[in-house]
Each structure stands twice: as C-alpha cells, then as structure tokens.
Design a binder for this molecule. Sequence first.
Ligand SMILES: Cc1cc2nc3c(=O)[nH]c(=O)nc-3n(C[C@H](O)[C@H](O)[C@H](O)COP(=O)(O)OP(=O)(O)OC[C@H]3O[C@@H](n4cnc5c(N)ncnc54)[C@H](O)[C@@H]3O)c2cc1C
Ligand code: FES
Length: 276
Amino acid sequence: MHSPNSGMQFVPGKIVRNEAHGEIFYRLEVSVPAPMEFVPGQFAMVSGWPGNDPLLPRPLALFHSRSVPKGKHTVEFVYKVVGRGTALLSGMHPGEPLAMTMPLGRGFDLGKGGRMYWLVGGGVGFSSVFPAAAALAWKKADFEIFLGSRTRRHLPPKELTPVGPAPGLVHLCTEDGTAGYFGRVTDAVRERIKSLTIASASRLTILACGPREMLKDLAQAAEACGAQMQAALENHMACGFGVCWGCVVALRDGEGTAHRRVCKEGPVFDAREVVW
Ligand SMILES: Cc1cc2nc3c(=O)[nH]c(=O)nc-3n(C[C@H](O)[C@H](O)[C@H](O)COP(=O)(O)OP(=O)(O)OC[C@H]3O[C@@H](n4cnc5c(N)ncnc54)[C@H](O)[C@@H]3O)c2cc1C
Ligand code: FES
C-alpha cells in the first residue's frame, strides 16, 4: 500500500472549528504551521483534551487538508463519539490547542490506471474512503461509492460527500430501509457484483473501511469474483507509530501467519492477505 510521506511529525495545531454534522458526526478543522500532504487512508494520532484521562491519543483518519499560499494551512477530521476520548474531543472549542502526530501508516494504492474502483464505507468508515473518492475524482478515474449504516440518520451528511450529485455515483444502504437500498451495504455490493462480467470483475478494486465483519464479508465477495480489495483496518492503537505492537493483525505468510502492525504496515492491507 502507499505511503510517500515517511516523515511523520509531531504537529501542534489550533482548533478552527469543531462542529456537529448530522446527528452523530463531528467535523474538526485544525490550523497547522505547514501544509500537510497525505495519502487517502493515512491517519493522525490526536490528543489535547484537558486532563490526562485518557492518556493515549486516539487515531483519526486524515479527511482533508487545505493550504492557501502565504495563508492558513489546515487539516480536517470527521469523527463519531464512541467513548471518553472522542467525547472530550467533541467538547473542545475553536482557539484551543490540539496535538497531532501525522501522517501515519500506509494509505490506499490508487496508482493503477484502467481500474474500476468501488469505495465502501460502513458507519464512520466513510472518513477514510471519502479522501480516496476525492483523489479518484481528480484523476477522472472510474469509481462508485457505497455507504452503509443502520439507519438514515447515521449516513454521512451530504455536505461531507466529496463528489457532486452525479446519478449512480453514490449508493446509500440502510439496514432499516429508511434510505436507499434496504439491507446491508455488503448485500448491495454482492448484488452488484453478480451483474458484472468476468472481464469487468477482474478490473474491479474495492477500497473499504468499516466494521471488521463488513470487511471480512467484502473480502470474501471480492476473492470469489476475482476482484482486488484494499481494506483499511481500525484496530485499537496505543502509540500509533510502530513501537508498542499493540495493534497487530494476523496476515497470511506462506503456509503460516505473520503479525503486522496496523499503524505501521497498515492501516490499509490487501484484503487477500488478512486472516479474517
Ligand atoms: C487508523 C484509524 C483511523 C480511524 N479513523 C477514524 C475516523 O476518521 N473517525 C472516527 O470516528 N473514528 C476513527 N477511528 C476509530 C477511533 O480511533 C476510535 O473510535 C477512538 O479511538 C475511540 O476512542 P474513545 O476514547 O472515544 O473510545 P474508547 O473509550 O477507547 O472506546 C469506546 C468504545 O468503542 C470501542 N472502540 C474504540 N476504538 C475502537 C476501534 N478502533 N474499533 C472498534 N471499536 C472501538 C471500545 O471497545 C469501546 O467499547 C479510527 C481508528 C483507526 C485505527
Ligand atoms: S499502536 Fe503501537 S505499534 Fe501500532
């Protein structure tokens, strides 16, 4: 997978905005001293909430970065509150300092021409795949987006979607049928795969981030039809840069398995290599 930025840095930032979007998501924009380039799928370890509980920073996918010549440089994250760290983050205000180490890990490999990409985001997993969509749109590549959530209110708000309303580009899926396809995003993808010829399935690369069960199901579907798949894993992390081995995943290695660090060798892996 891809990582031109080997130079991770500790970056002190200042919050520009930290606003609720839709019912469960927050968009956090932070000013940083210098432009921050990143590969879609790379992430930052973020901390800065008051007090030292939780002590460890939390990993968040780099969602967007902006640079104005002689002006402000910013990075953005999108997150969902699931526990203490993200709850404290959601209570922080513009002007407050934030500590980030970034860019970290290996992102999606979007290098191959002539491929057809399906980007699949389950829950807040869209925060890793939307930057890939923006990069593919810029390259005028052939891609579609599948977004899955339990219910309509948990789909990403429209203003966060990096592509316009082109028909057939974004497929919404809800488990309760309140928007788009009635069912799981994995079922929607499997149904679409059935309509592909062998030639077009062999041109397909799935880029996915979301719950592990979703990734496992997609990996099986991709393998069965001869498509490629890159999966962005979201394991718990402690250090975020390869030192503690607290984030390992088992990968196939010949006849056996080998352990790799999600923060260093990932978070994006070839789905065929992962021991699901
Ligand atoms: C590379 C990477 C990129 C990520 N990008 C984003 C992002 O862009 N936006 C976003 O909202 N989240 C993202 N996450 C997940 C995010 O890091 C966790 O939600 C966060 O660390 C939770 O911290 P907390 O203190 O709020 O919750 P905790 O108190 O640590 O945990 C609360 C509950 O959530 C569960 N939990 C915590 N972390 C995870 C996890 N990684 N997977 C499954 N369950 C978990 C815990 O088991 C617990 O039940 C990413 C994770 C990784 C590894
Ligand atoms: S989180 Fe420490 S090695 Fe990955």
